[in-house]
Design a protein around this ligand. Structure first.
Ligand code: FAD
Ligand code: SF4
Length: 509
């Protein structure tokens, strides 16, 4: 074999550089379903089925093109990529192993070492799935005091001429319509039903569901339903339904949450993008087309494009720029174990019960559920950020290290001391109350910080403000909160701190 092309579960890209000089007469493909990948950290059943079914669909498509695919399934009980490579090398002579840059530094480092140890050459190709060229983020960062998403986003908008008018100005004369994108639903609830295309599991997916239930039944999560795209065709139909049904109000209600409504106006496209079933360009172009046709307003289209062109490319740039450091980050020195309810949703706090049950059922939470419910609680509670990171990496269908790590350790837990965002994202239960109807179904009261029906978010919020004054005082809006803390009577402050101790001792049992 001239090139043994290793394709990982999140590299299901028919336009990848690995196919450029692939010769079916000389080269072969290797794909491995490893047991380790499902167990380290424990991966939600939804996520496990998605990755494995998508890999099987992709390998079938490659075989249909006439490619020779060496494929190990879970039943082959291969523990690691290294073991899978060994199995091929035991029967074939291989000149070179080729792969696209993995989405996790650990995988790159381990494989490089192991392959070099065998005196084999390894060729690592850039990942052409992204809008950014290799090294481009680092080059852009050179003359910046601090990385900030907004400027990176403007740079990419200009470079790719996205929503730029004939005068070279941003469409609508503003780069960012975020201020009009933070509406709650109000008393009536979501204005449109959360349409979602009917993605029914085919026989291949049903087989994977059976296998997971039999071979690794102890994984977290449930498989009562499964509706994720596992191939490009299904991903395209999800994209179509988003653009026509949900995009028009995506901007307005991007941050809003609602009891028992998982879909809302979100795209649900992250897993299809991260598995590389879709290219960000085609998603962005579809949104621009909807704007040009008058089917979606500018605040929705700009808001959506900012997530993909801005945030997605930005966090990837940060992941690789700080790749040596993420695993040690714990700037706030938080060391508590993540409360047990993160694994089963068994808590009276309704916002957390809703968000966690939804993750267990569907492997999904939208951005604000991740940032301002599950992430916020872990931050205020003082959970060890590396544990929080492992939870996010295992639980969400779209979780791959390059995107999960900066979002969790940076944006959500501030473990990076402000590399990704200038301030910690903190709020009391009042924010959740404003942006959802969760509090109406909760025994606690978001406005109350101590006493029997105090909202744990509100108690922990004020205790966080009291503890972290040195960090908050450097930020204009958050320093106001420190003042508000000291404006409270001393007796109340003591009650809040007492309540915090009680909460922590009950939750850490
Ligand atoms: P939409 O709300 O429809 O947004 C459109 C697209 O924009 C998404 O599909 C996604 O590709 C992109 N996007 C939006 N926000 C971000 C962001 N902050 N970073 C990168 N891309 C973004 N996203 C992942 O893809 N994988 C993860 O493992 C992941 N972990 C996260 C962990 C935490 C703690 C937080 C706060 C956010 C995380 N995100 C992650 C970002 C974001 O929450 C998800 O991309 C989004 O909720 C996916 O749902 P959607 O496809 O319906 O997104
Ligand atoms: Fe969550 Fe507090 Fe609201 Fe209950 S009252 S749903 S715990 S924010």
């Amino acid at each position: 074999v001239r090139n043994l092309c290793l394709i990982l579960g999140d590299q299901l890209n028919h336009d990848s550089l690995i196919w450029e000089d692939f010769d079916p007469a000389l080269d072969e493909v290797l794909m491995i379903e490893t047991v380790d990948e499902s167990n380290q950290p424990p991966s939600n059943k939804q996520r496990t089925v998605l990755f494995i079914s998508a890999m099987r669909h992709f390998s079938q498509e490659l075989r249909e093109k006439g490619f020779k695919v060496n494929y190990f399934t879970l039943r082959d009980r291969i523990n690691s990529l290294n073991e899978g490579i060994d199995c091929v090398l035991a029967t074939k002579t291989v000149s070179q192993i080729k792969m696209v840059l993995p989405g996790e530094k650990r995988v790159l480092d381990t494989l490089s070492l192991q392959i070099k140890g065998r005196q084999l050459s390894l060729q690592v190709l850039p990942d052409n799935h992204f809008m950014t060229e290799p090294g481009e983020f680092q080059h852009w960062l050179k003359d910046k005091k601090q990385p900030r998403m907004e400027y990176w986003y403007r740079y990419l908008r200009k470079k790719h001429n996205i929503l730029i008018n004939d005068f070279g100005k941003p469409e609508g004369e503003k780069w960012n319509f975020d201020a009009s994108n933070r509406r709650p639903f109000g008393k009536k609830g979501p204005p449109t039903p959360g349409n979602h295309p009917d993605i029914t599991p085919d026989n291949m997916t049903l087989e994977v569901i059976d296998e997971i239930n039999t071979l690794i039944p102890d994984l977290p999560g449930s498989l009562n339903s499964f509706e994720w795209p596992v191939c490009r065709k299904q991903a395209l139909s999800l994209l179509d339904s988003f653009i026509s049904d949900r995009l028009p109000l995506f901007g307005d209600f991007q941050d809003a949450m609602w009891q028992q409504e998982p879909f809302l106006n979100h795209s649900w496209l992250s897993s299809s993008l991260n598995l590389k079933l879709l290219h960000p360009w085609e998603v962005i172009e579809a949104a621009i087309q909807a704007y040009k046709n008058g089917n979606a307003p500018l605040n929705a289209v700009e808001g959506f494009i900012r997530q993909i062109l801005g945030w997605r490319e930005y966090v990837r740039g940060l992941y690789w720029t700080y790749s040596q450091k993420w695993e040690q980050m714990n700037a706030l020195e938080h060391h508590r174990d993540l409360p047990a309810f993160y694994w089963n949703g068994d808590t009276k706090m309704n916002c957390l019960r809703e968000s966690i049950s939804q993750v267990l059922e569907k492997g999904y939470g939208h951005h604000i559920q991740r940032l301002m419910v599950t992430g916020l609680f872990a931050l205020l509670y003082g959970a060890d950020p590396q544990q929080v990171h492992r939870w996010y990496l295992g639980m969400y269908v779209d979780a791959v290290a390059w995107v999960e790590v900066p979002n969790t350790l940076g944006m959500s837990q501030f473990a990076d001391n402000g590399i990704l965002a200038s301030k910690p994202y903190i709020a009391s239960g009042n924010y959740i109350n404003r942006m959802s109807n969760y509090c109406e179904h909760c025994p606690y009261s978001p406005k109350v910080a101590h006493g029997e029906n105090a909202c744990p978010f509100t108690t922990l919020y004020w205790a966080f403000v009291a503890d972290k004054q040195d960090i908050l005082e450097g930020h204009p809006r958050l320093s106001m909160q420190v003042k508000h803390w000291y404006n409270k009577p001393e007796k109340e402050r003591n009650e809040i701190l007492k309540n915090r101790e009680h909460l922590i001792s009950t939750l850490s049992i």
